[in-house]
Design a protein around this ligand. Structure first.
Ligand code: TXA
Ligand code: MG
Length: 326
């Protein structure tokens, strides 16, 4: 099987994507963060195919994408005040909310867990597609990032084709992703709320938004919490988002340069991951650059870490995981 490439702006292609999903097939979909591998969350056979195509362990829960806040509430048995504030403020957008699951979310979507992670993505074609799925009776679209388990997430339709083209039915091409890193995940079932995965909606933004409503966020920074949680929470694995070439990361250009010289004098070929001038551009292009450098099959890749603040926290997180020992 080779995935059909469908254009998000082509009416017939769009309808074909909806039909494939309603028939239990797999369609990769564009979002503002990364491409997702979509399946009808209400169809257990379709959901099982997602795990098979990704090579993902069945106890790793999937994010459920829905068209709006009202649909998100339906997936929860206890929609907290923090979930309501964050959903109202940031959806559609690069934020995912962990909440106790309601009966309408099948257990295989959540890997048997009592919670579900839900998100309203911002891509217009995907929002329209979600509305059509709901109209046909679906609770939403289960969609992990559309890459093989543990590897770099795709930010273009071509990346998806390379990774999963032989294993899925279609790819809805909606252009390059504007954010480029996976969504911020906030555990809104906890009080105070807890940021599980850093993303484009920064810790500062989440904390100040919740503070206006008198709601707190755990004070532990991402760097502190990673020490214990990487190994425990599914998908928060220490090694993740990883290219196949070994990646080494550095706090400064000077340190990177020293490492480069030492590798080269030992006869090793080196690829340096370009560092764009600002973190928005770094975030948007990081995964494409990792893939390009990886494809040149050097002995080692080197990258510079941005400062641990704002969007830099999420970029650091992904680079550190991509460079972790496997
Ligand atoms: O930006 C994104 O979030 C992208 C796009 C496609 O929406 N999706 C994405 O999905 O990154 P995925 O599956 O690659 O990452 C979701 C993370 C995983 O680490 C998963 O283990 C965690 O969220 N997760 C999902 N449901 C969970 C739950 N009920 N409890 C704990 N962790 C959960
Ligand atoms: Mg992923």
């Amino acid at each position: 099987m080779t995935a059909k490439l469908l254009g998000a702006n082509d009416e017939a292609d769009f309808e074909s994507a909806v039909r494939i999903l309603l028939e239990g097939g797999l369609v990769a979909i564009p979002t503002e963060t990364v491409y997702g591998l979509g399946a009808d969350a209400s169809n257990p056979e379709a959901v099982a195919r997602v795990f098979a195509a990704k090579g993902r362990p069945a106890n790793h829960p999937l994010i459920v994408h829905v068209a709006d806040l009202e649909r998100a509430r339906m997936l929860s048995s206890d929609w907290s005040a923090s979930a309501e504030v964050l959903g109202r403020t940031f959806w559609p957008g690069p934020l995912s909310i962990l909440t106790p699951r309601s009966e309408i979310v099948p257990l295989d979507v959540t890997g048997g867990r009592a919670t579900v992670v839900v998100r309203v993505p911002r891509h217009p074609a995907t929002l329209r597609l979600l509305a059509e799925l709901h109209d046909a009776g679906s609770c939403g679209l289960a969609a992990p990032s559309a890459n093989r388990f543990g590897e770099v997430s795709p930010t273009t339709a071509r990346h998806v084709m390379t990774d999963l083209g032989g294993k899925i039915d279609a790819i809805l091409d909606g252009g390059a992703c504007e954010v480029g890193l996976e969504s911020t995940i906030v555990d809104c079932s906890a009080d105070p709320a807890d940021i599980l995965r850093p993303g484009a909606i920064t810790r500062h933004t989440v904390a100040s938004t919740l503070a206006e409503h008198g709601i707190g966020v755990t004070s532990r920074t991402h760097a502190e919490r990673s020490q214990d949680t990487y190994a425990i929470a599914p998908g928060m694995l220490r090694s993740h988002y990883a290219p196949s070439t070994r990646l080494e990361v550095f706090e400064t250009d000077v340190l990177l340069l020293a490492a480069r010289q030492s590798h080269e004098s030992a006869g090793r070929s080196v690829e340096v991951v370009p560092r764009p001038p600002d973190d928005f551009e770094y975030s948007r292009s990081l995964y494409a650059m990792l893939r390009e450098c990886d494809a040149r099959r050097a002995d080692v890749m080197l990258a510079v870490l941005p400062a641990d603040e704002g969007l830099g926290t999420a970029i650091r997180d992904r680079l550190l995981r991509a460079s972790a020992d496997r």
